[in-house]
Design a protein around this ligand. Structure first.
Ligand code: TYD
Ligand code: MG
Length: 455
């Protein structure tokens, strides 16, 4: 006989507790712990009969794989992030805030693949088939042979999928609406989301289909977040951008079959998501030319150079502890650049609030942005605007010297392509041939740069 056991599970990260508490110790979120019941076998595992096990065949590493292992979606920005298409038998989780455009992106790629002759199944647990169809019509995709269903019972979905020719791609929108018979908890709880994901992952491995699970990022812990399945799947992509702006950035957080540093850039339009193949032009399209406090950073996202504007505001403060606020960059990195400016360049910022923003909603992770940040800060403090046709890149060391960064050639080439005339940054002799005719100021110390700006 099965006995019911009650446990308290964090709906954000899946940590299990014996009793309820307000804050999850594992992930630090508040009010995310909910009561869940699970049926457990009443026979202790030590008394259960041991299974003899089934003998299976071992295979060689160099086996015949038959069909192409990857399914190329034909949406270039999506393929860039997955590492060249959806891998056969793999499971990908697409996470993001509600309303960011996950369903739109997926219906667009499903339609493109169905048009290429693949069997594609789209299961929506959130919208009725009529709603999905309506959206497809609006996007002029209604003629694509995508097979639709509005279902939430995992066992029924699997039975349907195993019937007929194996689909090449199955989209489950969203994993939080799915429920499986094998688990007793309510849909949307950690146990259900995990149980459903497990069943779908087993299906992918068995059938060779690629499965995409949509996961809503939740702030309030009402339903389980995508984090509880992140470690179970092969790849995790996150779709970001704020609802007020039209850019959307697709980023790989985990990828067993590809890089994790590439980003895909899209623009939400009245006709769905449009690929942005030249993101630099988009990020620089609304520049405040000639305003003090802005500098253009020649950055890299994976293998692609991306130019983006760094905005700084340095203002006198009356607070005892001045404010440091950063959007799109690392706060610790900003503190370091501020300390180097104070210690080695004579720039006094202790009596000033500092605000830093990366334009266009991009999140920069490279230390190569140090020099552009420093230039924007000094420009804002002194009121001297930087040359509108210049870009910056370079890592600042604690001693105030400027260190070379990777891919200087690619950064310079992108800047030249967008009409920039000059660059400040360390360029090794081997890369200078690729500079595209830019005037290069090979600064080697931050103090020199500060003196040039202030002069
Ligand atoms: P959706 O794909 O439903 O988001 P998610 O699945 O991540 O919750 O996108 C919904 C938003 O996108 C909604 O605010 C309307 C907007 N949108 C457009 O601007 N243009 C379009 O062509 C479509 C289909 C949606
Ligand atoms: Mg949706």
């Amino acid at each position: 006989m099965a006995k019911r056991s009650i446990s308290y599970i964090c709906q954000n990260c899946g940590a299990v507790y014996q009793r309820w508490q307000g804050k999850c110790d594992a992930c630090g979120e508040w009010n995310t712990i909910a009561e869940e019941t699970a049926a457990v076998a009443s026979v202790p595992s030590s008394q259960r009969p041991r299974s003899r096990g089934r003998v299976f065949a071992l295979e060689a590493l160099t086996g015949e794989t038959g069909e192409a292992p990857r399914l190329v979606s034909t949406i270039g920005e999506l393929d860039r992030v997955t590492g060249g298409g959806f891998v056969r038998g793999s499971v990908l989780l697409l996470g993001g805030d509600p309303g960011i455009g996950k369903s739109t992106l997926l219906i667009q790629s499903c339609a493109a693949l169905a048009r290429a002759g693949h069997r594609i199944v789209y299961i929506s647990g959130e919208e009725a088939t009529a709603q999905v169809r309506l959206r497809a019509e609006r996007l002029a995709l209604a003629d694509a042979a995508v097979e639709l269903a509005s279902e939430t019972a995992v066992e029924d979905i699997l039975a349907t999928l195993e019937h007929g020719p194996a689909p090449r791609l199955v989209v489950i929108d969203s994993i939080q609406t799915m429920w499986t018979d094998t688990v007793e908890s309510a849909p949307g709880t950690v146990t259900q989301v995990r149980g459903s994901a497990q069943a779908l992952i087993r299906y992918a491995k068995r059938s060779g289909a690629s499965v995409i699970l949509v996961g809503h990022v939740t702030k309030d812990g009402q339903i389980a977040g995508p984090r509880v399945v992140e470690h179970m799947v092969d790849a995790v992509l996150s779709f970001e951008g704020d609802a007020g702006r039209d850019f959307r950035i697709l980023r790989a957080i985990k990828n067993r079959f590809g890089p994790t540093d590439e980003i895909g850039v899209f623009e939400m339009t009245g006709l769905g998501l449009r690929e942005v193949t030249n993101p630099s032009a988009l990020f620089l399209s609304q520049r405040d030319l000639g305003t003090p406090g802005t500098a253009v950073f020649a950055g890299m996202e994976g293998t692609r150079p991306i130019l983006v504007e760094i905005q700084a505001l340095v203002a006198p403060t009356t607070l005892g502890t001045p404010r440091r606020a950063v959007v799109g960059w690392d706060t610790a990195r900003l503190s370091m650049v501020l300390a180097v400016l104070e210690a080695h360049c004579g720039v006094r910022l202790g009596g000033h609030d500092v605000y830093l923003n990366v334009a266009g909603g991009l999140r920069i992770q490279e230390p190569a942005a140090d020099l552009a940040v420093a230039a924007a800060l000094v420009s804002s403090l002194t009121g001297a605007s930087l040359a509108a046709d210049g870009v910056f890149f370079g890592e600042v060391s604690l001693s105030g010297s400027i260190r070379p960064v990777a891919h200087a050639g690619a950064r310079l080439k992108e800047a030249a392509k967008l009409g920039f005339q000059r660059a400040s940054g360390p360029v090794p002799a081997s890369e200078s041939a690729a500079d595209g005719g830019l005037l290069i100021d090979g600064v080697t110390s931050l103090a020199t740069l500060v003196a040039t700006i202030a002069a």
